[in-house]
Design a protein around this ligand. Structure first.
Ligand SMILES: *Cc1c(COP(=O)(O)O)cnc(C)c1O
Length: 395
């Protein structure tokens, strides 16, 4: 058996990732523990996935109980209680009337595109199939989601992608007006805060215009809250702060507390276009992941939990703002909401991310010059202060 003394051979893993050096063997709260005993304060949280941090008792109990029932998976040929209860929770706590479960963020967006096209075809015919997406967007790496992702370097090696996607600049109303067409546009997809693209909150005013224009041409509005939904902004849904309601909402990252799960939430008007057999996924909404997600949603949905995230978000915003003022030659901008922040540097983010790792703080980037801060939502005030202190040291 391999022990900690055995060097780890990672050559059999496909080289599409460039993982950092530490080999993690455990987690506690907001800290990850490496094989050599080193502890790292985690401002990444598995890329905004581990909303409850590591070793959360509610999450652990829910998963244990589900395992002990023996029901990990039964397929969607049969009914189980957790998926039904989770769908009920999500619809009771959102604009939506129905939920569809899948296994990742990309898959949730693929589902949203299919649902939108199915609906558009039934209302507007064959030609009404186009998706409008935005510059700076990220919606995932599968062929449809990638087609709506504004990253030429991610797209180029894999063309042809899904056809029928058109990109518009965020904030460009005239360009949006000419892109939208009643006979052609099925849906518009946008992240209320562009996360991977550098943590850019989309102005509420633009989202209101977008909503009005979608209604005018009979196109569906899809909000991708895969990263910023479920409490990250200090509200249950990121779009709540904008006063704009979508027709479809996609979720994934924090939904099942680290187990793979995605969801598409939709209104009855859209759901009516979908019939049995129109879409499916073998693993979607299985009892193990749905039980974990119920525990996560109940915790995050507690108004006291959300208020605490909002309060900690203000503390983090204040500390980052002060740091930016002290280092104007290093920090170009600080943007975000709740517990998702981007610190735009005047130089490469990778260098700061690397030096923070050496100093015991996990950070990630969002584009070449932006350091992204997405800690567990359960992080303490002291941990926020400590992490920002380390960031300032390495700057
Ligand atoms: C991460 C992310 C996705 C893709 O999710 P995967 O689970 O990696 O497929 C899609 N949209 C947004 C906004 C994301 O942040």
């Amino acid at each position: 058996m391999a022990t900690s003394a055995t060097p780890l051979n990672t050559d059999a893993l496909l080289g599409v990732y460039r993982p950092a050096a530490p080999l993690f063997v455990g987690g506690e709260g907001s800290y990850l523990v490496a094989e050599d005993g080193a502890r790292y304060l985690d401002f990444v949280a598995g890329i905004a996935v581990n909303a409850l941090g590591y070793g959360d008792p509610d999450f652990t109990a829910a998963v244990q109980e589900a395992l002990e029932s023996g029901l990990v998976h039964v397929s969607n040929l049969f009914r189980t209680r957790p998926a039904a209860e989770l769908a009920q929770w999500l619809t009771e706590h959102s604009f939506a009337d129905r939920a569809f479960f899948c296994n990742s963020g990309a898959e949730a967006n693929e589902g949203a595109f299919k649902f939108a096209r199915r609906w558009a075809r039934s209302t507007g015919g064959e030609e009404k199939a186009e998706i409008v997406a935005f510059r700076g967007s990220f919606h995932g790496r599968t062929m449809g989601a990638l087609a709506a992702t504004d990253r030429p370097a991610y797209q180029a090696p894999f063309r042809p992608l899904m056809p029928g996607v058109r990109f518009v600049e965020v904030g460009a109303v005239a360009e949006l007006e000419s892109a939208l067409d009643a006979g052609r546009t099925a849906a518009v997809i946008i992240e209320p805060i562009q996360a991977e693209g550098g943590v850019h909150p989309v102005p509420a005013e633009f989202l209101r215009t977008l909503r009005a224009l979608c209604d005018e041409v009979g196109a569906l509005l899809v909000f991708d809250e895969v990263q910023v939904g479920l409490g990250r902004t200090g509200r249950l849904w990121a779009h709540e702060a904008t006063g704009v309601t979508p027709d479809l909402l996609t979720l994934a990252k924090p939904l099942a507390g680290g187990l793979p799960m995605g969801a598409v939430l939709l209104t009855e008007r859209v759901a009516e276009a979908l019939q049995p057999g129109d879409h499916a996924t073998t693993f979607g909404g299985g009892p193990l992941v749905a039980s974990a997600a119920l525990a996560v949603c109940r915790r995050i949905g507690d108004p006291a939990f959300l208020a605490d995230v909002a309060r900690k978000g203000e503390l983090l915003a204040e500390r980052l703002g002060a740091l930016a003022l002290r280092h104007p030659s290093r920090v170009a901008d600080v943007r975000g909401a709740g517990l998702i922040w981007g610190v735009e540097l005047t130089g490469p983010a990778a260098e700061v991310v690397g030096r923070a790792l050496d100093a015991g703080l996990l950070l990630c980037s969002a584009g070449a010059n932006v350091v992204r801060i997405i800690p567990p939502l359960t992080i303490s005030d002291e941990e926020i202060e400590r992490g920002v202190g380390i960031l300032e040291d390495v700057l």
